[in-house]
Write a protein that binds this ligand. Structure first.
Ligand SMILES: Nc1ncnc2c1ncn2[C@@H]1O[C@H](COP(=O)(O)OP(=O)(O)O)[C@@H](O)[C@H]1O
Ligand SMILES: [Mg+2]
Length: 376
């Protein structure tokens, strides 16, 4: 758990009046090696270091004292000791996984909860619900929010008959994903399948590449890809990922390569999220309402992002809810904030302030942030 030698630790003079200087610990996962050799999901996990630097820089700009620490599972005793001996005013929680398993990030939130230290983002219950896409979908479904039909498939190899029986209700086309990982891990153009043979092939490939991980087979929604971010008590302008650069014949999806593999064709085709244009005011309102409901149902607070696909009949389908979404200065939420006139540093400050307020009870109104109206 080395303190980041490059991390900012100085404090410049500028200060916000409402949120006086704080001792803030930026905590992130460090469950990746020196290089991507032999680790198919290295980039998705290692990117958190860039986020931590961006966040720390922003907090320093606002006059806070900032430490940046990366932890993996075996560093937990040290973290515990550190919290016991020197509790910060606030933890900016960027722990997205431990020991390369996203669900283990609840160990970090549980620890922070046990210490009663204020931290950004939601607590253990919400993180656990969002880490597991089936749990997320069950909660959304129970709230009447549209999410694609789905089935969960065992991690262990099964007979073709058993696999096909397990996903019979989903139909084709379908997409095969990991049940509990993000960052488009395991997603390639082969993930979208059109018949039993394609499905059986992709299940086998995923089981080989990600042993022991349960899989989610989901109805494939062909349509625009939108995302809506939450900042403090309001929704940010809706953003879109333009997938039109993908050649005809390839499914229009965000693949792992699109996000992370610099040498891949998909990466070269990728462009940053842009403001979603050309949607009717009624549809914008409908999607925002879905976003508010989704954040509330999953208990997301301070910040977060939902990913949606807009079906041809106009139904917005929620794919997932990200309570600890990417916070780098080029992330979708940062671009959405920028579109709303909120600079990156201000956005990070607002997230920290929102978290602090929840804990010290300075702004009780912010405890149910999704009820208020906000537009784009
Ligand atoms: N049901 C679906 N229909 C259409 N595209 C999908 C579907 N599920 C996932 N995708 C595509 O795969 C990408 C990654 O899937 P997502 O569920 O958001 O997982 P992750 O947690 O890896 O971001 C999405 O951004 C989208 O492009
Ligand atoms: Mg996603």
């Amino acid at each position: 758990m080395p303190d980041d030698p490059d991390g900012p630790s100085e404090r410049p003079s500028e200060r916000s009046h409402s949120f006086p200087e704080q001792r803030i610990l930026v905590l992130h996962n460090a469950d990746f090696g020196e290089s991507s050799d032999g680790d198919p999901t290295y980039e998705a996990r290692a990117d958190v270091v860039n986020q931590a630097h961006d966040v720390a820089r922003a907090l320093v700009t606002h006059g806070h004292f900032v430490d940046v620490i990366g932890v993996d599972r075996d560093d937990l005793p040290e973290l515990l000791e550190r919290l016991r001996d020197d509790l910060p005013d606030l933890v900016f929680n960027l722990v997205g996984s431990l020991a390369q398993v996203e669900q283990n990030s609840v160990v970090a939130t549980a620890l922070l909860e046990a210490f009663g230290v204020p931290f950004t983002g939601p607590g253990t219950l919400s993180i656990a619900s969002c880490c597991n896409k089936q749990r997320t979908k069950q909660i959304l479904h129970s709230e009447g929010i549209s999410t694609p039909r789905w089935s969960v498939v065992d991690a262990q190899f099964r007979s073709r008959v058993a696999d096909l029986a397990a996903v019979a209700g989903v139909g084709y086309p379908a997409i095969v994903k990991l049940l509990a990982d993000d960052g488009a891990q395991g997603i390639s153009h082969r993930s979208v399948v059109f018949d039993d043979d394609g499905l059986a092939r992709q299940l086998r490939a995923m089981r080989e590449q990600f042993p022991g991980r349960k899989l989610l087979v989901e109805e494939y929604i062909d349509g625009r890809e939108l995302n809506v971010s939450l900042l403090g008590d309001r929704l940010l302008p809706m953003m879109e990922i333009d997938l039109s650069a993908l050649p005809k014949g390839l499914p229009r999806i965000v693949t792992y390569d699109w996000k992370w593999t610099k040498s891949a064709d998909d990466y070269k085709r990728a462009s940053a999220s842009t403001l979603a244009q050309g949607l009717s005011p009624a549809l914008v309102e409908r999607i925002q309402s879905v976003a508010r409901q989704s954040f509330a149902a999953l208990g997301v607070c301070d910040y977060g992002r939902i990913d949606l696909r807009l079906a041809s009949d106009g139904t917005p389908y929620v794919l997932e809810v990200n309570p600890n979404c990417d916070l780098s200065d080029r992330a979708a939420i940062s671009l959405a904030a920028q579109a709303a006139g909120i600079a990156y540093d201000e956005m990070i400050e607002e997230i920290a302030e929102s978290a602090r307020d929840r804990f010290v009870g300075l702004a009780p109104a912010k405890r149910s942030p999704y009820a208020s109206e906000s537009g784009q």
